[in-house]
Design a protein around this ligand. Structure first.
Ligand code: NCD
Length: 334
């Protein structure tokens, strides 16, 4: 029997089941096809209102959700905290309720504090509003749409026609950088281990505490390894995902200097020598050029998947909005 999508809020990937990942990958693949047509729009969410509540700066995630919603023919509202009634003392919840009263069906929420999308989701359920929440990044906690677009990018690279989880079985993926502050790393650990990949985390000890070993959800098949030395971590890597140094979240002096960090943990052509032939590099952006990755490698299409990640983001976010947006309706064909 075909799997039926029932998840109403997308808050994190920790409890995602295999069928959900597979459905997401297939749906994103259909939308990628839509995006290659001359008319890149479908009426799937016509009449629905998608409201972007971004309390933290964002370039690609916010624009990508906006474009995804528009390509599904939804009406999109964008909230900007600086010019809103928050500055007059209104609470986040009251702000959300204002948008509910205007007919919002889906909130896409980013907040610097972990747990805000979850709190608003609980309130929406308590009020039986029927409104769905999509977490676009909460503090250091989760960033599910980013991990899903990373997953889609990797699976499409391995089989463009039929992206699916098993393609990543036993692939070695190295995540390098500011892991302790990274919601991208946390969500990727769930999705990549669910796919059966070997995930290797590497960073200086100040950016990679030992509690990360406990992060593989029990039902996942993959394995998680921790390293503090790049040369051993990178041996036979198929993919290297490098992360931004989240200077805005560093409350102490965690690194001697950016120059030294680049020398020890920055990704350069030379650094990639222990990896498998054909190794590819990912970065969620925004990039500190010359810190976590050398400028020439970042721009080299033989190595860098950065622009594919951004492109995948629109199809993946269309899929997420479509899957939760259609729980209520009759289901409009793609
Ligand atoms: C990431 C984020 O905001 O968590 N960026 C993104 O969404 N593309 C990573 C980062 O800010 O470094």
């Amino acid at each position: 029997m075909a799997f039926t999508w029932t998840r109403h809020h997308i808050l994190g990937l920790e409890d995602w089941q295999r069928e959900e990942y597979e459905t997401l990958l297939q749906t994103a693949s259909s939308f990628r096809e839509v995006l290659s047509r001359r008319t890149k729009k479908v009426p799937a969410l016509q009449g629905q209102v998608v409201t972007n509540l971004f309390f933290e700066p964002s370039t690609r995630t916010r624009s990508s959700f906006e474009l995804a919603a528009k390509r599904l023919s939804a009406d999109v509202l964008n909230f900007a905290p600086g010019s809103s009634s928050l500055t007059k003392g209104e609470t986040i919840l009251d702000t959300a309720l204002t948008y509910v009263a205007m007919g919002t069906d889906i909130f896409v929420i980013r907040h610097q504090q972990a747990g805000v999308p979850q709190t608003i989701a609980r309130e929406m359920d308590r009020l039986q509003s029927g409104v769905s929440i999509l977490n676009a990044g909460d503090g250091q906690h989760e960033h599910p749409s980013q991990a899903l677009l990373d997953l889609f990018t990797l699976c499409c690279l391995l089989d463009d026609e039929r992206p699916r989880l098993e393609l990543l079985q036993e692939k070695k993926i190295v995540i390098v950088g500011d892991i302790v502050h990274s919601r991208v790393a946390r969500s990727n650990i769930s999705s990549l281990t669910a796919a059966g990949a070997e995930v290797h985390l590497v960073a200086p000890p100040t950016l990679l505490p030992a509690f990360f070993t406990g992060l593989v959800p029990a039902h996942n098949e993959g394995k998680l390894f921790l390293h503090h030395d790049m040369d051993t971590a990178l041996i036979n890597a198929d993919f290297v995902m490098t992360l931004r140094l989240q200077k805005e979240r560093m409350t102490a002096y965690l690194l001697p200097s950016l120059r030294e960090y680049h020398q020890r943990f920055g990704i350069t052509r030379d650094r990639l020598k222990p990896c498998r032939k054909g190794v590819k590099v990912l970065h969620p952006g925004p990039v500190n050029r010359g810190v976590e990755i050398s400028s020439d490698l970042m721009d080299d299409p033989d190595f860098s998947l950065i622009s594919q990640q951004v492109t995948s983001g629109v199809a993946v976010r269309m899929a997420l909005l479509y899957l939760i947006g259609n729980l209520k309706g009759e289901g409009v064909p793609l």
